[in-house]
Design a protein around this ligand. Structure first.
Ligand SMILES: O=C(O)C1=C[C@@H](OP(=O)(O)O)[C@@H](O)[C@H](O)C1
Ligand SMILES: C=C(OP(=O)(O)O)C(=O)O
Length: 427
């Protein structure tokens, strides 16, 4: 069977039943490879919503992820049920979109986990602007019955410390409101780069915005000039290659495209973070080169990830693989993501012999002297649990349960690991 056919079969199988993979290290741990990574799902889902409001916005390098697909499908529906599965951005952005679209009436729902992810802050902000939204099951959680209408008001306050997606959702529809929008953010603002990404994309299509202190303003806009939004490749997906570079031999070089030196994605902070683990990043012609130039420079790593929560799992596993203790803070949003990521990390890192302490916003890893063998990682319907542990195969063979979950953001992940020389066998 050719490699392409093998992975096509894997992909088809992963839709039908849970895929279990056995991962082994590449025979040569000095890795040299170029990989093209799909577009950022965050930029994709924002751009798609802006395109729905302003059809002369053109988009290039869309993400091929499940989350991008459900967003595209959802935006085409006017009546009936819209199921966005596990996609947090689609859930939050489409809530705002449907609430502001007169004549559309939908029930917006998602996976059972999505029905446990809170949405009250956004619903209440939209209701304060005049929206008609009702809870179909439990108050504060999807599914939502949304009867779209013209939203008349233009000012609202909302808590900013639970999820930035509520804020981005409101900002994305803001130019389509008659008087624009003014948000007053209450409390410590979390995941700030994602809010700035939303504002930057609005600016790119010609919408004026301002963000000062706890106040954000967006002007109303009836139409925009023809614009092409070019989605940069996904930095959260790049994190797994940073981890691979860190865990590989000095001399490894992994080239990833298409990336920009000045990114809208907060996870681009990886370039700085991974210098601590001996990985240097160089930018050239929309490509980044990750070079493993030295052994890790530290035996303890500390970092506040409130601005980059999606790379917490990657970094924790890198530290486990390098035998480095770490203390990661700013993780208060992790319990309400695809799974409770703090609890999941504690369990799965623990399987390798590490001691892991967690509290409401931090994780402390006491790395193991030697990594336990025969570990099977559970992934909890969370793409990042599967992808974060993949690179660890450089240090220890492992199994990954329900490995098809990667399609939420990065459907080609296992193919790309295979291209790097990892052994990947279906069990
Ligand atoms: O706006 C976005 O695209 C995202 C914001 C972040 O969520 P929170 O703001 O809930 O932390 C991040 O974790 C998520 O993967 C994508
Ligand atoms: C938290 C994530 O996604 P979302 O909230 O959009 O489901 C993620 O991709 O890590």
């Amino acid at each position: 069977m050719t490699l392409g056919l093998f992975f096509l079969v894997l992909k088809i199988h992963s839709k039908r039943r849970k895929l279990r993979l056995q991962l082994t290290a590449p025979s040569n741990k000095t890795i040299q490879k170029e990989i093209g990574i799909t577009g950022s799902k965050s930029e994709t889902n924002r751009s798609l919503l802006l395109q729905a409001l302003f059809p002369n916005v053109n988009i290039e390098n869309l993400s091929n992820s499940d989350d991008g697909e459900v967003m595209q499908k959802g935006l085409k529906i006017s009546n009936g049920t819209v199921d966005i599965h596990h996609a947090g951005t689609a859930m939050r952005f489409l809530t705002a979109y449907f609430a502001s679209q007169a004549s559309k009436e939908v029930v917006l729902t998602g996976s059972s986990r999505m029905q446990e992810r809170p949405i009250k802050v956004l619903v209440e902000a939209l209701q304060a602007l005049g929206a008609d939204i009702q809870y179909e099951k439990e108050e504060g959680y999807p599914p939502l019955k949304i009867s779209g209408k013209k939203l008349e008001k233009c000012q609202v306050s909302l808590p900013a410390n639970i999820s930035s997606q509520y804020i981005s959702a409101l900002l994305l529809i803001a130019p389509s409101l008659e008087n624009g929008l003014e948000l007053d953010l209450i409390g410590k603002i979390t995941s700030v780069p994602y809010i700035k990404m939303t504002l930057a994309l609005l600016e790119q299509i010609g919408v004026d915005t301002s963000f000062e202190g706890n106040k954000i303003k967006v002007e109303s806009k009836a139409s925009v000039a023809d614009t092409t939004l070019v989605v940069e490749s996904d930095w959260s997906s790049a994190s797994y290659f940073y981890s691979i570079a860190a865990l590989s031999e000095v001399g490894s070089e992994i080239k990833l495209s298409s990336y920009k030196e000045s990114s809208l994605q907060g996870d681009s902070v990886l370039a700085k973070i991974y210098t601590h683990f001996g990985v240097e990043t160089t930018f050239s012609n929309n490509q980044i080169t990750l070079s493993k130039i030295a052994e890790a420079k530290t035996d303890f790593f500390e970092c506040d990830l409130a601005n980059a929560p999606d790379i917490a799992q990657t970094i924790a596993v890198t530290c486990l693989g390098l035998g480095i203790d770490c203390h990661l803070t700013g993780l208060h949003t992790l319990p309400i993501k695809e799974t409770d990521r703090l609890a999941a990390l504690q369990t799965e890192l623990g399987k390798f012999g590490a001691k892991v302490d967690i509290d409401a916003e931090s994780l402390t890893l006491h790395a193991a002297e030697t990594l336990n063998t025969g570990v099977a990682i559970d992934t909890y319907n969370d793409h990042r649990m599967a992808m974060a542990f993949g690179p660890l195969a450089l240090k220890k063979d492992l199994m990954v349960n329900d490995a098809g979950v990667v399609s939420k953001s990065y459907p080609d992940f296992w193919n790309d690991l295979k291209a790097l020389g990892f052994g990947i066998a279906e069990m």
